[in-house]
Design a protein around this ligand. Structure first.
Ligand SMILES: [Zn+2]
Length: 219
């Protein structure tokens, strides 16, 4: 998970307000509202960071539970994959907000990829003061979505497929590191890259010198 900068655009909220009157959900599944959400989130699920999900959802970060203000609130609309949204439902709240820089989502959640023998991901909480509950809930959710822990056989199959994709990008970055391809490594950890949060943790833990070169000492 990485921080996302969502644009502030009154015109989009006005469109949402208009749709709210008739509860027209399609307003955020097409047209300018959808296009801007997709652009802001780099076309990636904000939870698992898959950029090639076959099922895309515009999901409500804070469950709206029928509240139309929350349902049509620009700030509450997030880009996610069907797999993650389906597991999240309204069961995990509060969560760390990747669009709020104060929540420091990347720093708070370490993703440690273990490629062999079966492409596993260890998810470790590093909560900052006052963020303990949000951090715990977010970690619990990611352990289900990415790890498949405590879910059904079907959701475990989906999580396994996700981790096989992660393995491929992990191998791509390993090759770039072996080739000392700095431009390529930067691409692997760019905001728009699939699984950028996990890749950054891999770089930080396994090649701290390279991490420092790209992100500087302040990160
Ligand atoms: Zn996802």
């Amino acid at each position: 998970m990485i921080a996302i900068k969502k644009v502030t655009d009154g015109a989009l909220q006005a469109q949402l307000d208009d749709a709210k009157n008739t509860n027209r959900e399609s307003v955020y599944r097409e047209g300018p509202v959808y296009a801007q959400i997709k652009e802001d989130f780099h076309g990636k699920c904000y939870l698992c960071e898959d950029d090639e999900a076959t099922s895309i959802n515009i999901e409500h970060f804070e469950p709206h539970k029928g509240n139309l203000e929350k349902k049509y609130d620009w700030e509450n609309l997030f880009y996610s994959c069907g797999h993650c949204n389906n597991l999240k439902g309204d069961r995990f709240w509060p969560l760390l907000n990747c669009t709020n820089p104060n929540d420091q989502v990347w720093e708070c959640i370490e993703l440690r990829f273990i490629p062999f023998p079966k492409a596993d991901v260890e998810i470790i909480a590093h909560p900052s003061d006052g963020k303990e509950e949000k951090c715990k809930n977010t970690v619990d959710l990611l352990r289900k979505t990415i790890g498949g822990k405590g879910t059904t056989r079907m959701k475990r199959d989906e999580a396994n497929a996700l981790r096989r994709k992660i393995l491929r990008v992990y191998k791509d970055m390993a090759e770039r590191i072996a080739d000392s391809d700095e431009a390529g490594i930067k691409k692997s950890v760019a905001d728009s890259a699939p699984f950028a949060g996990l890749q950054r943790w891999t770089l930080k833990n396994e090649h701290p010198d390279l991490f420092e070169k790209i992100f500087g000492t302040s990160d």
